[in-house]
Design a protein around this ligand. Structure first.
Ligand code: AOS
Ligand code: ZN
Ligand code: ZN
Length: 424
């Protein structure tokens, strides 16, 4: 299903008066509105191919229907999101869930939908039908060299698919670790993992990056072999300049100061990519900004400050992706909400008066520092984000158009009620 451009324009037209009034107000309030608008238009967040279907827990899964049945349909779904918000112009694939049978056709379809290929993801956390050796006790950390070899070869194959599609990054998330004390020799697990990663790294094309994603727990519940940013940074540093740490917001122990982690990784030039989501407890993979919007703002504040300090391009120098799971919402509606939350928070971070903040910090003026940050966080930037979207050809209110156009109902009609997308 597609939504024609003229339809989006019609919906925008109906809202124009109200929008203009709000836009005039905010443009009056903030400095550099045009510059912010341009940055918002440039900023794109990749959608993972595995977030388009209903997610589940180990207790159950309640599908909503109309889920994409193939890579082509996944691209169509993301194309739809991108048509509405003009901020989801990239797709992140997972192998073997998304093996492209014909890379040229897939590339052409993505281009038609205005999408590029973001980081490729490997999968050594599940055994696939017909797979020779099991990952039950880990992949790259495994005590058996043959299992490690299998995991290495799989990652090299993922790079090969990525090259065909024009991707330039590999994200390695390992579920390796242990469930019980004594199960694993920590140093040996680290060394085996490093050695395996080194062999994958050696197969990276020159213009590629490798992202090493960390996670505190799950599916292993006693130790994780890439468990935190310290371990990820250690691997990335040992691997070389093409290797970076990837921060997934849901992968920390409770109350971790993620903004500080981000600041230091950026300082070291070792922050490579981001997986956005939100959580109340563990790796809940909830809609971005739905639980802790102020934390998200503080993270964006460090991202903008740290990237500017290094002269980095906000839109292209880091890999931005949503990594979420949708148990009760329509996945596409949830993704629209997540992208909106990211854009709003990015806009607020761009507003923060960094010069004043720096002065307050140097004066130890704690109250002023808080006021400056909260003034930005409390600014209603919705009209700015909507304006950027409209200028790029998107909808002022993407979610409203999605509902008015009865997208889910149409997808169910086309694809059926019982379809199940590959993913988690
Ligand atoms: C797993 O928890 C990680 O967040 C991964 O980035 C991702 O969700 C996974 O690769 C998808 O299966
Ligand atoms: Zn992730
Ligand atoms: Zn995760």
């Amino acid at each position: 299903m597609t939504i024609e451009k003229y339809k989006i324009e019609e919906y925008n037209h109906q809202l124009m008066q109200e929008h203009q009034r709000k836009l005039d107000f905010i443009k009056d309030e903030v400095n550099g509105a045009e510059e912010i608008l341009q940055k918002l238009m440039d900023f794109q967040v990749a959608i993972p191919s595995w977030a388009l279907g209903t997610g589940g827990t180990r207790f159950g899964r309640f599908g909503g229907g109309g889920e994409p049945r193939s890579l082509e349909e996944k691209i169509e779904d993301i194309g739809l999101l991108h048509a509405l918000n003009q901020s989801s112009g990239a797709i992140s694939l997972h192998i073997p869930w998304d093996i492209p049978e014909n890379a040229n056709n897939i590339k052409a379809l993505a281009a038609q939908n205005g999408l590029r290929f973001d980081a490729m993801n490997s999968n050594t956390f599940q055994d696939q039908p017909g797979q020779q050796l099991s990952y039950k006790f880990g992949s790259m950390q495994h005590v058996d060299k043959a299992v490690r070899r299998q995991a290495i070869e799989h990652n090299i194959e993922v790079i090969k698919y990525g090259v065909e599609l024009g991707s330039t990054a590999l994200t390695v998330w390992l579920s390796d670790g242990s469930c019980f004390p004594g199960q694993l020799h920590f140093r040996r697990a680290f060394q085996n993992t490093l050695d395996s990663l080194q062999q994958v790294y050696a197969a990276l094309p020159d213009n590629w990056k490798m992202f090493v994603e960390y996670k505190a727990f799950e599916p292993n519940f006693y130790s994780t072999t890439v468990g935190d940013w310290g371990q990820s940074l250690l691997y990335a540093t040992r691997l070389g300049e093409k290797a970076y740490t990837l921060v997934d917001l849901g992968h920390h122990l409770p109350n971790a100061n993620i903004e500080q982690i981000v600041a230091l990784l950026l300082m070291e030039g070792k922050l490579g990519g981001f997986h956005f989501n939100d959580s109340k407890y563990g790796d809940d993979d909830l809609t971005v900004g739905s639980i802790k919007p102020y934390q998200l703002f503080l993270i964006f504040n460090e991202l903008v400050e740290g990237m500017d300090a290094r002269g980095m391009n906000h839109a292209t120098d880091l890999g931005w992706m949503i990594d979420a799971s949708h148990n009760v919402k329509d996945p596409l509606e949830d993704l629209l909400q997540s992208v909106e939350a990211i854009m709003l928070t990015y806009a607020q971070a761009l507003l923060a008066d960094r010069k004043m903040l720096n002065e307050a910090q140097l004066q130890n003026d704690v109250v002023a520092a808080q006021e400056i940050l909260q003034a930005a966080f409390r600014t209603d930037v919705r009209a700015l984000v909507a304006e950027a979207r409209m200028r790029a050809g998107g909808a002022l209110k993407p979610l409203a158009v999605y509902r008015k156009e009865k997208v889910r109902e149409n997808l169910i009609k086309q694809r059926g009620l019982k379809t199940v997308a590959t993913g988690l």
